[in-house]
Write a protein that binds this ligand. Structure first.
Ligand code: ATP
Ligand code: MG
Length: 441
């Protein structure tokens, strides 16, 4: 007799499990662009003297509240926060700078030292998923700690410009601004509050709340209805302290000197609270509304704010998904290299010795790619797989060849006959076949 409850439970158990919204799989067909970007960044950062650091994806919630600021989109509404089994409030990192600074403090790495660091990995924000905006996304983060700039500010921008050149990504525009010192920003803040308070009825609910907590955040609002109001607001660059003004002038002059075009955008305040002085962003017109591909700035007060010894710092983060989209659109993704040799095995004895032969050849020719036919199949099926693998040559081992102590080689990408080689000499024969008659496989 069938039991309806059990039937229901069983059908639930076999139901397809859905992925989490806004969190993507990166498939083998897409991985080439990721590896190109990660590889280029890794090589370039090493060349500029940056070292990799790896930090946890979970941190105490307090870290992000203190570092990013309570009145930011990220902390107000985007964090994945939960209480763990031990009763601690933890948060999946929405960005990396706070964690890297926490790591420097926790590991006693400040004390007047300098650090040039980078890390890469997933970040988590509970945003509305759309093209170029996800709930799990990836960043490459770069941080320079212990140097007041502006030389390091300039070098970091130059590094990013070089990365775009190396990747062949064109059409990115650089925007820069200065947020000044905390004191100058404080004075500016009063002006801003005065301006928005006089126009209170035009503000949206988020902005009204921020008016008291952090009015600068209003400038960062993505609400198009506020655009005009924000455009009329007092400009921070007009209220810079003399040192910040000088810092900013050197930055701009140096970028000019390097031939890196930029635009000063006085509305660029960046979405996180910890920035001071230099902020910059690389933006694109090629990705629709999600136009920022790399954003950063100076955060001189952050480390002290987290309980560490006051130390200046500057950093930026690149959004890997957005760079992947640009690279793919530009057709700059290299196809992953095919196998050099596909090993076809036929007959029971040859099949049984296939793995050993492939392993021996991998020992002898470590830089060559061998793909062994796995899972059987007749001759025709194996040749079809060999062809699809993109391999330059097929190595054929049948029982009768094994008996005679030979294997056959057949070029797959050019008109040429099959040749035989004694098993001990296979490595040399493969190299010769790969080189082809005129050095062409
Ligand atoms: P946006 O204005 O697009 O929300 P942001 O100012 O919040 O960006 P940052 O916190 O500075 O972004 O992060 C640095 C980079 O990370 C951004 O320039 C962007 O390329 C990428 N990024 C940020 N949020 C997302 C997301 N939800 N999905 C994909 N990439 C993102
Ligand atoms: Mg954002």
């Amino acid at each position: 007799m069938s039991c309806p409850v059990r039937a229901r439970v069983e059908s639930e158990l076999t139901q397809e499990i859905q992925p989490v919204r806004g969190m993507n799989d990166v498939l083998p067909t897409e991985i080439g662009a990721w590896q190109t970007i990660e590889g280029a960044a890794r090589a370039l950062l090493a060349a500029y003297g940056y070292q990799e650091i790896r930090i946890p994806v979970l941190e105490r919630t307090e870290l992000f509240k203190r570092a990013i600021g309570e009145y930011t989109d990220v902390v107000e509404k985007e964090m994945y926060t939960f209480v763990d089994l031990g009763g601690d409030s933890l948060t999946l990192r929405p960005e990396a700078t706070a964690g890297v600074m926490r790591a420097l403090i926790s590991n006693g790495m400040l004390r007047g030292q300098r650090h040039k660091l980078w890390c890469m990995g997933p970040m988590f924000r509970h945003e509305k998923p759309q093209k170029g905006r996800y709930r799990q996304f990836h960043q490459i983060n770069v941080e320079a700690v212990g140097m007041p700039g502006p030389d390091v500010d300039v070098e970091l921008v130059a590094l990013t410009a070089r990365l775009w050149r190396r990747l062949g990504i064109e059409g990115l525009r650089l925007e820069v601004n200065s947020l000044g010192s905390p004191e100058a920003r404080h004075a500016y803040r009063e002006k801003l509050v005065e301006y928005f308070r006089a126009r209170y009825e035009r503000l949206d609910a988020d902005s009204r709340r921020r008016l008291e907590g952090n009015p600068l955040r209003i400038l960062d609002s993505k609400n198009p209805d506020l655009r005009e109001l924000i455009d009329g607001a007092p400009v921070l660059t007009d209220h810079l302290d003399p040192q910040s003004r000088e810092h900013f002038q050197v930055l701009c002059a140096s970028l000019d000197g390097l031939g890196i075009p930029f635009r000063v955008n006085p509305r660029l305040v960046r979405g996180l609270d910890y920035y001071s002085r230099t902020v910059f962003e690389w933006i694109t017109d090629a990705l629709g509304a999600q136009d920022a591909v790399c954003s950063g700035g100076r955060y001189d007060g952050l480390i002290a704010q987290l309980g560490g010894e006051a130390t200046p710092g500057i950093g930026f983060a690149m959004g890997v998904e957005r760079l992947v989209a640009l690279l793919t659109q530009a057709g700059r993704v290299q196809p992953s290299p095919a196998a050099d040799v596909y090993i076809v095995v036929s007959g029971s004895r040859a099949t049984a010795s296939g793995v050993a032969l492939a392993e021996r050849l991998r020992d002898e020719l470590p830089s060559r790619r061998f793909e062994l036919n796995l899972g059987g199949g007749n001759f025709k099926a194996q040749f079809r797989r060999a062809d699809r693998s993109g391999a330059a040559i097929a190595l054929i081992l049948g029982d009768d060849e094994l008996e005679r102590g030979v294997a056959s080689l057949k070029p797959l990408r050019r008109e040429a006959g099959q040749s035989e080689s004694p098993l001990p000499d296979l490595a040399a024969a493969i190299e010769a076949a790969l080189a082809g008659p005129a050095g062409q496989p």
